[in-house]
Unconditional design. Sequence first.
Length: 306
Amino acid sequence: MIYGLTGNPHKEELWPLLDRVIRVLDTRELPYRLAPELANGRAERNMAVQEGCVAPSVNDVGRQANVVFSFGGDGTLLRTAHAVSPSDTPLVGVNIGRLGFLADVEHNQVSRAVDALERGDYRISSRMVLEVDAAGRNLGRNWALNECVINRSGAAGLLRIAVTVNEEPLNTYWADGLIFSTPTGSTAYSLSAGGPILMPETGVVIITPIAAHTLSVRPVVLPATATIHAEVRNPERPYVFAVDGVSTEFKEPAISFTVRRAAHSVNLVKLDGSHVFNTLRRKLMWGARSSASSDNEPPEDASQNH
């Protein structure tokens, strides 16, 4: 198996971790390829000279490797997914960020991850993505693993966004914006705006309003077969359309944004014990108790006293 190594070169935590990974791969005589920004960063730090080796660098890590390690946070893994696509090369997200729902392999688990990959002791989680179009305008990215978002661009006042699903009117939203999320993105921006948590391999699309004017307006879950059209109808009010964090500003209304399931998917490597329930409990601290609250817990046999 050939390993591709990429990540966020602006995180100082990356470099000692990258060296540890390279030592593991070299010791086990496993071939690997470095993304150019990592190879250049090592050269600038004289790491390759000190170790007496120069790691091979390739521009297209996704096509030159059988699996790609992405060192950083969820944002880094999103960038890696877009860089690797349309290759179906599976990705391993190694978390050196904060929360890490996508990058769910912790930095001290990399050796175990390599062992598991060599044994074939892993599974591939295929994640649906959303194809987006803005009437032919350049959006920077044309598909989203997490979400695409219509949002205000610093101007006061709400946006009026008309949405149809399969050519059937759904609602005209008055809100700060709308989030169109995949199940993978349900634990990202959509969650912070009150959207539901979905199992990542579910075939659905979530529409989550951002600070809607009417409290009765709630998130809507649609089947993955839905074709969604959204149109901002405020004249001369700037807004942005963001695709996995890459934003494009628009000033003209009546642009029809189309969101639908894309033909391709993104493959993530999942190791034994990395079930989504474990990630939710750990990252969201479900079931965690403070020392103060635990003092007030009823005894375990309290139910027997009724």
